[in-house]
Design a protein around this ligand. Structure first.
Ligand SMILES: NC(=O)c1ccc[n+]([C@@H]2O[C@H](COP(=O)([O-])OP(=O)(O)OC[C@H]3O[C@@H](n4cnc5c(N)ncnc54)[C@H](OP(=O)(O)O)[C@@H]3O)[C@@H](O)[C@H]2O)c1
Length: 267
């Protein structure tokens, strides 16, 4: 049975749903909005309104997902109650039968900004509060699901309507101009997730990030010029505090994956 659960039919989850549907999967997904549920149902998806910040009708949710043996779980920590993210994600997992295979969308923000090369086994915690919540959630999920779980640590999501250059355009005295960017294009994320399901790769942690890492200044100046936006100005930087380069070697090796947008200059 080709049924997949997508917890969060959002910016990433929805294009994934469309892609998996084209491949013959039936999609059982969630949104927090009733209006959006009706819109998504027009595309042929089964949709349930679920908000992890609120009490759920457990038996209704379990019944809805009961035929799904694969799940993509992608709820941003910033959209949940900060302190209870971990328990909210664990409660979402408990809607499913034992033996269900999960992909959890994490972030490369779990690595500190001043690590040189961020590899999957780098035990270095990120610098933001959300990063520590994510890291603790990863750990809790791993101990609960073991080899039924793959964690994908996505770099900054980019593509189509999501283009941070729009917010930086024309700004002055921006910081971290020398810092390398760690970004990944939406199309590569969708192909990568779909490939993990297709090849049944579970029990792994993988970074998902394009291979090239121009500096913030180089990349966003280029992106603004390309989009006819005013170039941003960066402060002259004395120290190089942000040196993080996220390695995607493991993702390429395990899945024999080729990034279509291997350089941010292709975005
Ligand atoms: N943004 C980045 O650069 C970045 C980088 C690395 C990793 N990630 C991860 O990538 C994943 C996808 O990010 P995204 O930008 O596509 O996220 P998004 O569109 O903001 O949200 C994803 C989904 O989560 C749902 N959601 C939000 N709050 C919820 C709640 N309290 N309870 C239940 N569902 C809730 C949203 O519901 P609605 O449909 O109602 O909106 C949406 O369907 C996330 O797990 C994020 O942490 C993001």
């Amino acid at each position: 049975m080709k049924n997949i659960g997508i917890i969060g039919l959002g910016w990433l989850g929805l294009p994934l749903a469309r892609d998996m549907q084209k491949q013959g999967f039936t999609i059982f997904g969630t949104t927090t909005s009733l209006v959006k549920k009706y819109e998504l149902e027009k595309e042929g998806f089964h949709v349930l309104v679920v908000n992890l910040n609120e009490d759920q009708n457990r038996s209704e949710v379990q019944e809805f997902f009961k035929t799904c043996n694969f799940v993509f779980l992608n709820i941003p920590p910033s959209k949940c109650n900060f302190q209870s993210y971990q328990s909210q994600i664990l409660s979402a997992v408990s809607f499913f039968e034992i033996g269900t295979k999960f992909i959890f969308a994490s972030s490369t923000s779990v690595y500190s900004e001043n690590v040189k090369i961020a590899l999957e086994d780098s035990q270095i915690l990120g610098d933001y509060n959300f990063s520590s919540q994510l890291f603790l959630t990863e750990k809790a999920l791993k101990s609960k699901l073991n080899s039924d779980l793959t964690i994908l640590r996505f770099a900054g999501l980019f593509g189509y309507d999501r283009n941070p250059a729009k917010f930086l355009a024309g700004k002055k005295s921006l910081k971290k101009g020398n810092a390398p960017v760690n970004l990944v294009h939406l199309d590569d994320c969708v192909s990568f997730i779909s490939s993990v399901f297709e090849h049944n790769i579970f029990g792994e942690i993988m970074n998902v990030c394009s291979s090239e890492h121009p500096s913030r200044e180089e990349f966003y100046s280029w992106k603004c010029i390309q989009g006819n936006l005013e170039k941003p100005e960066f402060e002259i930087q004395k120290d190089n505090l942000s040196t993080k380069i996220v390695s995607n070697e493991k993702s390429k090796t395990i899945l024999n994956f080729t990034y279509k947008f291997d350089s941010p200059f292709q975005f």
